[in-house]
Write a protein that binds this ligand. Structure first.
Ligand code: GLU
Ligand code: ZN
Length: 289
């Protein structure tokens, strides 16, 4: 396995926005600073929400921002057989059960295990499939985040009633296939980590190291409004977006007004105080403009 292999895994549900470029950038910087490889994975399992037009725009945009992956881009929809094999393997361990609960019948919060008695029963296409998490470890061991509060998810879904493999299962299998050693992503995904690590352990994979960096907030301390946050970045002007990010991170001696993406990327990668800065910002869990 490579010494370091990281990745950026955007969902193909829309064009990249400021938060996505920040996620790409932080994972990229971390990989490059460790002389590692960095890959792009397209999360496109949800056929209803994911469109080819978004895949194209995401890849075009990443290219315009100078992000060159160390290997070919992979897509989750090419890996259905791998996810199915993982599901069978978990089922053979008698960890899975069909769940027929309706959303309405469930209380808020972690799944209370109503269908757990059905463990080992044949998994039928019409039911969701859950995994028994009674021996799941919820401790957080993070490279960046300092928060250690994780909501226990209960027996979470690994395959949905509509037949889609859940992101938690797919992601754990993907990291294994791609030989990912470091998962650096936004703190909004922190709650997913114990679930992904649990599947990783059940399947006997080696677990990647995780790092979750803070989310973006506006000057008033509020999370960036949906409008600002979700606005697609202008991929003809990467310098503009990189300048906003540099401001967010309170960086000095920035490259100035240039749209040469590689100049910006070299600048970011050269900063050895960036990850420590993120760790410091993690105490507040946010980065402000
Ligand atoms: N595609 C998911 C997202 O964009 C997962 C990302 C990840 O695991 O890094 O939220
Ligand atoms: Zn149930």
């Amino acid at each position: 396995m490579a010494q370091y292999r990281g990745r950026f895994a955007p969902s193909a549900t829309g064009p990249l926005h400021l938060g996505s470029i920040l996620a790409a950038l932080v994972s990229y910087i971390h990989a490059k600073q460790h002389h590692g490889e960095w890959l792009i994975r397209i999360d496109d399992l949800d056929e209803k929400r994911c469109k080819q037009i978004h895949v194209d725009s995401i890849l075009e945009c990443l290219d315009a921002f100078g992000f060159r992956p160390s290997g070919s881009v992979c897509r989750q929809t090419d890996r259905i057989t791998d996810y199915q094999n993982a599901l069978v393997s978990l089922d053979n361990q008698r960890r899975l059960y069909p769940c027929t609960c309706t959303r309405k019948s469930l209380p808020k919060g972690p799944y209370p295990g109503f269908c757990r008695h059905q463990i080992g029963q044949t998994l039928i296409a019409e039911s969701a499939v859950r995994i028994d998490t009674s021996d799941m470890d919820l401790t957080v061991d993070d490279l960046i985040a300092t928060s250690s509060i994780i909501q226990p998810p209960g027996d979470f879904i690994v395959k949905r009633r509509d037949g889609l493999f859940a992101y938690q299962l797919a992601c754990a299998v993907d990291e294994q296939i791609d030989g990912i050693t470091h998962v650096i992503r936004g703190i909004d995904l922190l709650d997913s980590t114990p679930m992904q690590r649990f599947i990783t352990q059940c399947l006997g994979y080696e677990s990647p190291t995780y790092g979750h960096f803070p989310v973006l907030v506006g000057a008033d301390g509020a999370k960036l409004s949906k409008q600002t946050f979700a606005e697609p970045v202008d991929w003809t002007r990467p310098g503009e977006t990189f300048a906003v990010i540099a401001r967010l991170l309170l960086l000095n001696d920035t490259p100035g007004p240039t749209d040469h993406a590689h100049v910006w990327l070299d600048f970011f990668v050269s900063l050895d105080n960036l990850i420590p800065k993120l760790i410091k910002a993690s105490h507040a869990n946010t980065l402000s403009l």
